[in-house]
Design a protein. Structure first.
Length: 155
């Protein structure tokens, strides 16, 4: 299982996460689902506002129903589909929380970017098991199949 996306789309997600710090950022990934050995490929990143309106914006996000509908329409109009969602974890690892699991859907990619002290530290993608018991990690790759690695920021 792997999720492919361009370096520029990954950079957009990283920038969104760093700009939103110390709150979570969020967005939708649209593209082409995995088929017969070919990985799921993100064609476009649709950044969304974190609509969460309480003190938990630092560790929770909410994409409005209108933004979700707009993303589904954009995907359909381009002959694509919603592959999944991305969000950041400010000052926490790029691993899904119990809250993430409780609100996730199987067969949907959840890309999580860890932002430590305002800088990208890690990026991982996850798929919820069909029995909703846990997530399986899927590799994050560039468009030519190289696994994405986070470079340490230069001090």
């Amino acid at each position: 299982m792997s999720l492919r996306l361009s370096a520029s789309d990954l950079a957009k997600i990283y920038e969104h996460g760093e700009a939103s710090f110390p709150e979570e950022c969020c967005g939708v990934m649209i593209g082409r689902s995995a088929t017969q050995g070919a990985p799921a490929t993100v064609e476009e990143i649709l950044s969304a506002q974190n609509e969460r309106e309480d003190e938990n914006r630092h560790n929770r996000f909410l994409i409005s129903p209108r933004a979700l509908l707009d993303a589904q329409r954009a995907a359909r109009d381009k002959g694509l589909e919603v592959l999944g969602y991305y969000h950041s974890h400010p000052d926490h690892p790029a691993r899904p929380s119990d809250f993430d699991r409780d609100h996730a859907w199987p067969a949907t990619s959840y890309l999580i970017v860890s932002i430590m002290s305002g800088r990208v530290a890690d990026c991982r993608s996850w798929l919820l098991k069909s029995d909703r018991s846990a997530f399986d990690e899927e590799s994050v790759e560039d468009l030519v199949g190289n696994r994405v690695a986070i470079e340490s920021p230069v001090s």
